[in-house]
Design a protein around this ligand. Structure first.
Ligand SMILES: NC(=O)c1ccc[n+]([C@@H]2O[C@H](COP(=O)([O-])OP(=O)(O)OC[C@H]3O[C@@H](n4cnc5c(N)ncnc54)[C@H](OP(=O)(O)O)[C@@H]3O)[C@@H](O)[C@H]2O)c1
Length: 295
């Protein structure tokens, strides 16, 4: 398939490009310098020139706290950018695969979120992503919005890298233990997106377009995630000193934007419609840490 990938140098974008090439797709990948999704003229120009079979949008404004003071930029990328891509996909009559976030929810629900739950974002980032999802839904039915959470990978910034960096500077860390979700690797998200577009139902008249949750197993708190990171890093000899971890409530780690207490996403719809089941993020973490040693 000829795939146009936006945000190609982000956490997910990088993995997506590599895996799509491995699977022998014809990949046209653009970082933000080559294709700014908030610029409709540029989006039209590139897409009409490439004439892809599908567009995968891995581009987004992802700075959750900074978005509070950069509201215009966050909306321009996450809302206007999504609208631009949906508009060009409609013009070309091709599907749009897009990535959304657990931050569209307030996290007050007691059980994992299903796709029909009412969103209620707690900050500008979540609100701008939600508006992007809604614009896609309004403009172009031929879309899959994959809602994911707690992304980690070798590229970019994420919780795993923060933990490893802090381990070089400190002997003890206090980690939030009352927010629950499931870490999901950028690689797992990429495989999921490509498996969807390689599914025989994809782009057929019976394709189940719409929003699907995707989350790895098992669910944990940030504290439990940190425990696993240090456990594996210790086994692999990446850190060679004991780290003391202390569980704390969110109230002791205030952030400009409140994070959802519950970021668990129910993945049954994805399983029923595309046969895709959750993967164990601890395996992806181990691959990432091993690659860290060799890089
Ligand atoms: N990270 C998480 O924990 C998380 C959780 C849930 C959902 N998500 C969603 O997952 C998706 C992928 O996230 P990620 O973690 O891979 O993010 P990321 O590492 O921040 O990558 C996003 C990419 O988008 C690019 N970008 C920003 N503005 C752009 C624009 N106007 N035009 C084109 N490209 C632009 C960035 O390029 P520059 O660096 O050059 O600006 C960056 O390479 C996003 O939709 C995000 O909302 C992420």
């Amino acid at each position: 398939m000829k795939i146009l990938i936006t945000g190609a140098r982000g956490q997910v974008g990088t993995e997506l490009v590599n895996e799509a090439i491995n699977r022998c797709h014809q990949v046209h990948a653009y970082g933000s310098n080559e294709l700014d999704i908030s610029n409709l003229e540029q989006v039209n120009e590139v897409a009409l020139q490439v004439k892809p079979d599908v567009i995968i949008n891995a581009a987004a404004y992802t700075a959750v706290d900074k978005a509070e003071t950069e509201k215009k930029r966050a909306y321009s990328v996450n809302s206007q950018g999504s609208k631009n891509l949906a508009t060009v996909c409609k013009k070309l009559d091709i599907p749009l695969l897009h990535i959304s976030t657990d931050y569209v929810y307030d996290g007050d629900k007691q059980s994992p979120y299903v796709e029909t739950d009412q969103p209620n974002p707690m900050g500008v980032y979540g609100a701008s992503k939600l508006e992007g999802d809604q614009r896609i839904e309004q403009i172009w039915p031929k879309h899959i919005i994959l809602r994911v959470s707690w992304v980690f990978g070798e590229q970019g910034n994420n919780f795993v890298k923060t933990m490893l960096r802090l381990a070089e500077q400190r002997d003890e860390l206090s980690i939030v233990d009352d927010q629950f979700g499931a870490p999901t690797s950028a690689r797992a998200i990429s495989l999921c997106l490509l498996n969807i577009l390689e599914n025989q139902q994809f782009n057929q008249s019976n394709c189940p377009w719409g929003t699907c949750n995707f989350q790895s197993d098992p669910g944990v708190s940030w504290y439990e995630f940190a425990q696993e990171i240090f456990h594996q890093a210790d086994d692999l000899g990446i850190i060679n000193k004991p780290m003391k971890l202390t569980p704390i409530p969110s109230s002791e780690f205030p952030t400009p934007v409140k994070r959802p207490a519950n970021s668990k996403l129910d993945g049954k719809k994805l399983e029923q419609q595309f046969g895709l089941t959750p993967v164990d993020w601890r395996i992806d973490l181990s691959v990432m840490l091993k690659n860290t040693i060799h890089s």
